[in-house]
Design a protein. Structure first.
Length: 122
């Protein structure tokens, strides 16, 4: 599996993710800088790791979601490519509109803690 890890300013888990991907796949992932505009040919998986992109000064992931690399990530996802967002990476994917319907306000605007059924869809 050929994977790529996207690195944003402030992200601090990219090395952990790269190590994990190498352990799982046997191949070093390509490290992409947020200012890059394209994914390497033959990429099978794009991972956006956790951390604090841009210090999370605006909304978590809002600035990172508008970085140049995200246009390529969006196209990759639209073409059926696998994209994984962990922690802050998940927030970046939400802000980039790649996960429609998530992080919506609940009806009562109060914290809810309960188990829920989760189904993974492609």
């Amino acid at each position: 599996m050929k994977s790529a890890v996207v690195v944003f300013p402030g992200i601090n888990r990219e090395r952990d993710m790269a190590r994990t991907l190498k352990l799982v796949s046997g191949r070093d992932p390509v490290m992409l800088w947020h200012a890059d505009t394209a994914l390497p040919a033959g990429t099978d998986l794009v991972v956006i790791p956790g951390g604090f992109s841009y210090g999370d000064y605006l909304r978590c992931g809002a600035i990172a979601a508008r970085s140049p690399i995200m246009a390529a990530v969006k196209k990759f996802a639209a073409d059926g490519g696998l994209v994984l967002g962990v922690c802050n990476g998940f927030q970046i994917l939400c802000e980039a509109a790649l996960l429609p319907g998530v992080l919506m306000r609940n009806q009562n605007l109060r914290f809810i803690c309960r188990e829920v059924y989760l189904r993974v869809e492609r």
